[in-house]
Design a protein around this ligand. Structure first.
Ligand code: MG
Length: 161
């Protein structure tokens, strides 16, 4: 069986009064992620990792942040479209490991909902999706609560024909 790996990284600024979307889940917080779309850095990093694994470019090439149709768009749409390309290339998701760097809010209570959300969007079991949260100890833009950064690593497996 042929396997390939991909990595994706995304960082968005936190902005007061915006709703916070992470992994397709709305999370109660004073700030949300700024962006042309809904700013869901978890799904953006995952999309880039998946596209990287099958060498099909990056999310910005598929969905322009200049296009009016993508304004405030749910990033779940992006992930569905990316998964179609992964499947079209003959692969399926083996597993994904996602690390969210955020000082606040506390994400542990939301991990299971985020895993279920990503699994549903990818059409796989939640056991294939890992989501971890880490804080910045007051250092850097994440630690100061100015931004949330997400790193994604995925493995995709070639579908046997
Ligand atoms: Mg992004």
């Amino acid at each position: 069986m042929s396997v390939r790996v991909g990595e994706g990284i995304d960082r968005h600024r936190l902005e007061a009064g915006r709703r916070l979307m992470l992994a397709g889940v709305e999370i109660e917080h004073s700030h949300g992620l700024a962006g042309h779309s809904d700013g869901d850095a978890v799904l953006h990093a995952l999309c880039d990792a998946l596209l990287g694994a099958v060498a099909l470019g990056d999310l910005g090439q598929l969905f322009s942040d200049k296009a009016e149709e993508n304004r405030d768009r749910a990033s779940a749409d992006f992930l569905r479209a990316v998964m179609e390309r992964v499947v079209g290339a003959g692969y399926r998701l083996g597993n994904a490991d996602l690390t969210i760097m955020a000082e606040a809010p506390r994400l542990a209570p939301h991990v299971d909902a985020m895993r279920a959300s990503v699994a549903k969007l990818c059409g796989c079991e939640p056991q294939r999706i890992s989501i971890k949260a880490t804080r910045g100890e007051g250092l850097g833009p994440e630690g100061r609560g100015e931004a949330i950064t997400v790193r994604a690593v995925v493995l995709v497996e070639e579908e046997s024909s």
